[in-house]
Design a protein. Structure first.
Length: 307
């Protein structure tokens, strides 16, 4: 039995001109909740939101400037949903103090009843780092340090129980023991190393240059070398899909066709070691996206489970 888990990076909240569907430009909070609830009803594992503080003008033509704040948006989605996990894909941890990040995500975990997954990344927009007064060149080191510090801060109210007089307590505490799982985003070799050695999961951001099978094998080998192969780990993937035969151009990277073809593709991802797939279901309006989510849950997931 192939028991993949599925997530979706939500539309509307992050509108990269390279990825957003046309209908998202006129959509807003109500459509965002509709899609999140459709994913929850369909039995998805998670929905996720992205992170940009401010996009420089020279990149706005490609990236757009619509990027909802992830902490505010996850808190709002926590109140609108009941079961589905809530993921940051990804939160740029070098932008903030680990103390601030721990406070935000511990609070989110408490408010959501333990449904938060902290997806982290290094960031890639140099001008954004400059605007925030953070060294772009140091972003990798800062991310590694932040992950380690977040583990300590999540461990208990006093950041691991140290006796130093300047220790600072943080409440509310996370519901999940040890704090929210930390999934590391990025497709480069440093990102894979970070995910293998420091993370509880990996979120590729675009196809790895070495290919997915080699990237997954690389992470698994690094984890084995570090003695971590027995620990739970979410091995991610991102796939554009359309259930059915489209009468419009869904793009070269989109796997479209009958449920059997989609299921065969997903079983192939599981065969290389993928455990969690972030699906991007192509659509021309929010109702079509809801229909695609329903069709995926009703006709594709059962075929994958039976394989």
């Amino acid at each position: 039995m192939t028991n993949l888990r599925y997530g979706m990076t939500l539309p509307v909240q992050g509108q990269s001109r390279l990825m957003a569907e046309t209908w998202e430009a006129a959509a807003g909070p109500s459509e965002l909740v509709r899609v999140a609830l459709a994913c929850e009803t369909a039995g998805f594992d998670n929905v996720s939101v992205c992170d940009h503080v401010a996009v420089p003008r020279h990149l706005a033509g490609r990236m757009g400037t619509v990027w909802y704040d992830p902490v505010a948006t996850l808190g709002w989605l926590a109140a609108a949903t009941n079961r589905i996990r809530l993921l940051s894909q990804v939160y740029v941890v070098p932008y903030r103090s680990p103390l601030q990040t721990a406070k935000s995500f511990a609070t989110l975990d408490a408010l959501s009843g333990g449904r938060i997954v902290l997806g982290v990344g290094t960031g890639h927009v140099e001008a954004e780092f400059a605007a925030l007064g953070v060294s772009f060149a140091d972003r990798g080191r800062l991310t590694d340090e932040a992950i380690r510090e977040l583990r300590r801060l999540f461990s208990d109210e006093w950041g691991g129980g140290a006796e130093a007089p300047d220790d600072l307590g943080q409440q509310p505490r996370p519901v999940q023991v040890g704090g929210p799982p930390i999934w590391v985003g990025g497709s480069t070799a440093p990102a894979r190393r970070r995910a293998a050695l420091l993370g509880d999961g990996w979120l590729p951001q675009g196809p790895p240059a070495i290919g997915m099978p080699a990237a997954v094998a690389d992470i698994l080998a690094r984890r084995a070398e570090a003695g971590r192969e027995g620990e739970p780990f979410a091995m991610g993937d991102m796939s554009a899909l359309f259930v059915g035969e489209p009468d419009w151009d869904t793009g070269r990277s989109c796997v479209a066709g009958p449920p059997e073809r989609i299921a065969e593709f997903l079983v192939g991802r599981a065969a290389i070691g993928v455990t969690h797939v972030q699906v991007r279901l192509r659509s021309r309006h929010v109702s079509e996206l809801e229909d695609q989510i329903g069709a995926f849950a009703e006709s594709v997931i059962p075929l994958v489970l039976r394989s």
